[in-house]
Design a binder for this molecule. Structure first.
Ligand SMILES: Nc1ncnc2c1ncn2[C@@H]1O[C@H](COP(=O)(O)OP(=O)(O)O)[C@@H](O)[C@H]1O
Ligand SMILES: [Mg+2]
Length: 259
């Protein structure tokens, strides 16, 4: 459903943030796009969304090309980003209706969709309270629900568990299960390798903009001889370190292990 073909972004003259990235994600599949800070994850998502123009290459969803139909592309995608906030003076009901209408639903459809999401995401108890008064977990549920108001076939999650405690991470985990059951195509970008290992079906290991390994955990274990994603990344850094200074490797290690 999602296809990236040789997607590349060069910032300025020489910062190659994403380098010829090709991958495909099918319906009902959770693809973990993993890598340390600066690997190129957010840049990739921004290009898929049409918020950033690729230097070269193409992203398509269901045959829709971001380069020629960026508006349609946004209709096909729900985005969950750790940095998104809620409108504090609106209630969750108003907020979901507002976004639904923004995506082109009729009033009637917006009301219906809000009721459905309130049930699925368990928002009913606080649906008519101002967002400012919600607990962190409640606000998070509203934020996750918001990404689905237009019932997109694709959901992209950028560091969805950043800054969350165990309860918050569990809400995200359950949400991803729900998306999988609804047959969405899902990309989760994260540097939380241990968490990703538990809830993704397949992984792409991005390092310095390049896809260095791809496969299921079993395939990655077989091809690298390493037991876990953290070990695979540490091996990657070691292999990469032959020509570089060791301080560079140490800082990259810290990035990988910053869980
Ligand atoms: N607007 C920008 N201008 C220049 N360089 C950028 C910009 N945004 C990101 N970068 C660089 O691109 C690389 C990838 O960044 P990013 O996609 O944010 O990585 P990640 O999300 O994996 O942490 C980094 O080296 C980062 O410094
Ligand atoms: Mg990022």
């Amino acid at each position: 459903m999602i296809e990236l073909s040789q997607l590349t972004k060069v910032y300025g003259e020489d910062v190659v943030a994403v380098d010829q990235l090709s991958l495909a994600v099918g319906q009902g599949e959770v693809y973990g796009l993993l890598g340390p800070n600066g690997a190129g994850k957010t840049t990739t998502l921004r290009m898929i969304l049409g918020l950033l123009q690729p230097t070269s290459g193409e992203a398509t969803i269901l045959g829709c090309r971001v380069s020629t139909d960026p508006l349609r592309m946004k209709q096909l995608i729900g985005l969950v980003s750790a940095s998104a906030g809620l409108y504090q003076w609106l209630t969750p009901r108003e907020l979901l209706q507002y976004f639904a209408i923004g995506f082109g639903l009729s009033l009637e459809q917006a009301f219906q969709r809000t009721r459905e999401l309130a049930e699925v995401m368990e928002l009913e108890r606080f649906l008519d309270r101002r967002c400012a008064t919600l607990s962190t977990g409640q606000a998070q549920r509203v934020n996750l629900a918001r990404a689905l108001v237009h019932d997109p076939p694709v959901v992209l999650l950028d560091e969805p568990t950043r800054g969350l405690d165990v309860v918050g991470a569990k809400i995200v985990f359950d949400y991803v299960q729900l998306l999988r059951q609804s047959n969405k195509a899902i990309i989760v970008c994260t540097h939380q390798l241990e968490e990703a290992e538990r809830f993704c079906d397949r992984f792409g290991l991005l390092y310095r903009g390049k896809l260095r390994y791809e496969g299921t955990l079993a395939e990655l274990r077989a091809s690298t001889g390493q037991p876990s994603l953290v070990d695979i990344f540490l091996k990657l850094l070691r292999d990469d370190g032959s020509g570089n200074g060791s301080s560079n490797i140490d800082s990259a290690k810290e990035a990988v292990l910053a869980q």
